[in-house]
Design a protein around this ligand. Structure first.
Ligand code: DWN
Length: 387
């Protein structure tokens, strides 16, 4: 049974960057988060239809950050080149391109990216991941040694169907490896902006193990990653496989944080409300002092922040982003203009709100000049502050 703990109000499609003419048709939904008592899963109350989010114009490109390119390259080296691998949600091939097209298969619902991996030579299934697709893949390619997914499984509402399909496609000793932002990371960072349409769930190891187990799989190893503000890389195999200490350790830690208890999330919701007040106060003060405030990175996360906190062009002049597909458009819901960093990240900027706070190290390194001339960043993670 789902019990609601957080209401983030009326929200648009987080990656639905749009032109002025499209504003009249913009789609909105109510974003509420709940705790499922049976499985301990933190999940949305109502899910948004996949076709509205993952279509032929999907804007997020995994390879726009050096950190992520390096992250996937490093991880790919731990996988033997003898293994065959299937990736669910292969995006622009940022992970898969580290493998030979002879050994790797892509599954991707967004047409623009499915075409890219197909053109790169990978057998690509332009489709959402489900049991019928898994059956088709086995028929055409045989069972797989590894199923990999990065920032994808938490995007799919029906986890039982996802895991059943993985169980079908894996060979007897196969491994399912997937990474997503962790619930522990979100609670520790107060990063409530991890919640948006594309993230119907934020995973704890406890919840994942409960749901995997009712589908013939179990968590056998957990790696805690720094990326995206704290993620977990989960290794799952068939029930009965050897379980690494990291699984017990992570579950214990999650219990210490109270991730198996509803009251923890009620507390979190109070902190979210406070964070909204603090962020609005800082931005309003900057404007009152006639300072130029922009936002750095047109992220899905900042869609949640701007819409929940009612931050529009009155408080943020514009957003800079390196993604060509986002430039020249408006941010979803609050309609803040997005331009390239070359055009907008210049010496007229006094404050930059970190929409891409998860890449703070990469950004500070890159923007040394801005920092040296006294430019400041604003963040809400873990507390609202100017740095
Ligand atoms: O799970 C998801 C994650 C992995 O990616 C998706 N549901 C959607 C997306 O979420 P996001 O948009 O919050 O992700 P990022 O990776 O935080 O987005 C960073 C954005 O910032 C990109 O649009 C690129 C941009 N950027 C930039 O303009 N300058 C990034 C860096 C590092 C930069 O220096």
């Amino acid at each position: 049974m789902k019990k609601t703990f957080l209401n983030l109000g009326k929200q648009p499609i987080a990656n639905g960057f749009l032109y002025k003419e499209q504003i009249k048709d913009e789609y909105y939904f109510r974003l509420k988060m709940a705790f499922d008592k049976e499985t301990a899963l933190v999940t949305q109350v109502n899910y948004v239809d996949g076709d509205l989010m993952f279509n032929d114009d999907y804007a997020y490109r995994g390879s726009m950050s050096k950190t992520m390119v390096k992250h996937f390259k490093t991880f790919s080296k731990t996988i033997s080149s003898n293994k065959n691998i299937l990736e669910i949600g292969s995006n622009d091939g940022v992970f898969l391109k580290n493998f030979s097209p002879k050994k790797a298969i892509a599954v991707e619902p967004c047409g623009n990216f499915a075409k890219e991996t197909q053109d790169m030579g990978y057998t690509t299934y332009h489709s959402f991941w489900d049991v019928p697709l898994a059956k088709k893949i086995v028929k055409e390619n045989g069972k797989q040694d590894i199923v990999f997914a990065a920032n994808c499984i938490c995007h799919i509402p029906d986890l039982d169907s996802v895991f059943k399909a993985v169980e079908h496609v894996l060979n007897e000793d196969g491994t399912f490896i997937f990474e997503d932002p962790s619930l522990a990371g979100m609670i520790n960072n107060n990063s409530y902006d991890q919640i948006y349409d594309e993230h119907p769930h934020i995973f704890s190891v406890i919840a994942l193990d409960n749901i995997l187990k009712r589908n013939g799989l179990q968590v056998v190893k957990v790696e805690n990653l720094k990326v995206h503000g704290g993620s977990n890389r989960i290794y799952a195999k068939r029930i009965g496989s050897k379980v690494h200490d990291s699984v017990y350790q992570n579950k214990e830690y999650e219990k210490v944080l109270g991730l198996n208890k509803f009251k923890t999330f009620k507390r979190f919701a109070k902190k979210v409300k406070q964070s909204k007040k603090d962020l609005r106060r800082i931005l309003k003060k900057c404007k009152k002092l006639n300072k130029k405030v922009i936002s750095y990175g047109a992220t899905s996360k900042s869609t949640t922040i701007f819409n929940y906190c009612n931050i529009g062009p009155d408080l943020i002049d514009y957003i800079t982003d390196t993604t060509p597909e986002k430039q020249g458009k408006l941010s979803p819901g609050m309609h803040i203009p997005i331009i390239s960093p070359e055009e907008g990240f210049n010496d007229t900027v006094d404050f930059a709100y970190l929409g891409a706070w998860n890449f703070v190290d990469e950004i500070i390194k890159k923007e040394e000049e801005y920092v040296n001339r006294g430019g400041k960043f604003i963040t809400h993670v873990p507390l609202v502050k100017i740095t």
